[in-house]
Design a protein around this ligand. Structure first.
Ligand SMILES: *[C@@H]1O[C@H](CO)[C@@H](O)[C@H](O)[C@H]1NC(C)=O
Length: 443
């Protein structure tokens, strides 16, 4: 009888335990985890049974978009997703006891969350969308997801702008726990993270993600997880907006040597080119920060082109001055020569030379391509040849020769300058493009 009662009791106990084991409700699990009533200890203390145990917090960061890169303030704004995992030793259960329940979703406010910050975060109120829920699995692994619009400060190297690649660090570390109690690590291989980021990247703008590298370090007594993000600039806009216009303006400047305009028109033209380059310089000033250590090649390039054009303007002014001087030196000679040319021309074709005011120009020995048509010009040259063949008077001959020689000297100087200028332009362009391609040429 007694044994029967014992048996019944046992059976009852077995039945009770059986019904407990097949509890399929979340409430049962919460009850088992001791969380059905407010359990403040779980929310405030690092979830380890022995305090000497180190909590390993594992992180995955996915770059979802590069929203803005500010060269002037040296900040990068991007859109990231963070997945964070750690073990909570108090939240374990046997899933077979709870109808195979292998995941529990609870509010994150109920649990201890590691105080991970981003060291480079420069946003005044980081626009973080922390998931209000965390998931827990039977082994106690807690998983939390965060979406973040993150502005980080990043030291740019703009030497090769706009062909530059910038590398920015995103450092995760715990604000309060040091190395011995909290360690950070990454879950997924960095190359896979790069691939995933490239795949999900929605907005890149002018930047292309080239690589994400993950490094763990314990440099400052605190465990750090550093993601080194490399971004490459797409230079096309800058090429068509800055570099090509500069190059074309420089070509125009070189080509202006072949203009047979009066010197004031030439100066006007060249000063206009100078002003255009100045506009480009202003654009550049808005983009680049003021640094002294690694001056961007782009700035050097702009300034060198500006200087070249400036020198060219100066030379045109000098030529104008020298031509004026020749006018004084060979004034009488020129006058007689012009007179002779004119009379000769009149003899040849009175109608042509009647309307020709250009012959009174002091540059008569160097006739400008005025509104004259080809035939008129030919006749003038022929007339001049004839005048030159004709033996002039002795005194006039001396003065005329001085004026002619002076003009020839000026012309030679102009040509020599042109050759030098052209060579300088070509060499400087080649040098600049080499600077762009060989990063260590200037250190
Ligand atoms: C706590 O951990 C330390 C080091 O691992 C160990 O020496 C100690 O025995 C542990 N204490 C308990 C109560 O388990």
């Amino acid at each position: 009888m007694a044994s029967l009662r014992t048996l019944t009791l046992l059976a009852l106990a077995a039945g009770f335990s059986c019904s407990r084991a097949s509890d399929c409700s979340y409430f049962g699990l919460l009850n088992h985890l001791n969380m059905d009533t407010a359990n403040t200890a779980l929310g405030i203390l690092r979830p380890v049974k022995n305090w000497t145990t180190t909590t390993l917090v594992q992180l995955d960061m996915i770059l979802n978009g590069i929203l803005d890169v500010n060269e002037k303030f040296q900040t990068v704004t991007n859109h990231i997703w963070i997945n964070m995992f750690w073990i909570n030793e108090f939240l374990t259960w046997n899933s077979s006891e709870f109808c195979g329940m292998n995941m529990l979703t609870i509010p994150s406010s109920m649990l201890w969350i590691p105080d991970i910050i981003i060291y480079e975060d420069a946003s005044d109120c980081s626009d973080s969308k922390q998931d209000p829920l965390v998931t827990v699995d039977p082994s106690g692994l807690v998983r939390m997801r965060t979406r973040l619009m993150l502005t980080i400060s990043c030291k740019f190297n703009l030497y090769r702008f706009p062909f530059d690649t910038q590398t920015c660090n995103i450092t995760f570390l715990s604000l309060n726990y040091d190395d011995s109690v909290l360690k950070l690590g990454s879950v997924t291989n960095a190359s896979i993270l790069t691939e995933v980021s490239e795949h999900v990247m929605q907005t890149e703008g002018e930047w292309k993600l080239t690589n994400i590298e993950s490094i763990t370090s314990t440099a400052t007594q605190k465990s750090q997880l550093i993601y080194r993000v490399s971004l490459q600039r797409k230079p096309f806009l800058y090429i068509i907006n800055l570099i090509l216009p500069l190059l074309f303006l420089l070509f125009l400047d070189v080509a202006s040597f072949f203009l047979c305009e009066s010197s004031s028109a030439k100066v006007n033209f060249k000063v206009t080119i100078l002003l255009s380059i100045f506009v480009l310089l202003l654009i550049l000033k808005d983009i680049l920060p003021s640094t002294e250590e690694a001056l961007p090649v782009m700035a050097i390039y702009c300034v060198s082109v500006f200087t070249l054009v400036w020198i060219n303007v100066l030379e045109t002014m000098l030529m104008s001055f020298l031509n004026g001087l020749s006018c004084c030196v060979g004034e009488e000679a020129n006058a007689s020569e012009v007179f002779k040319v004119k009379t000769q021309q009149e003899a040849d074709n009175p109608k042509e030379s009647a309307g020709d005011a250009g012959a009174a120009n002091p540059e008569a020995s160097n006739p400008p391509l005025g509104p004259l048509d080809g035939g008129g010009l030919l006749k003038r040259i022929l007339g001049k040849e004839k005048a030159a063949l004709k033996p002039p008077g002795r005194q006039e001959e001396d003065a005329g020769r001085t004026g002619c020689r002076w003009l020839r000297l000026v012309k030679i100087f102009d040509n020599v300058f042109f050759v030098l200028y052209f060579t300088t332009v070509v060499i400087s362009q080649v040098f600049m493009f080499m600077l762009w391609n060989v990063p260590d040429l200037l250190g």
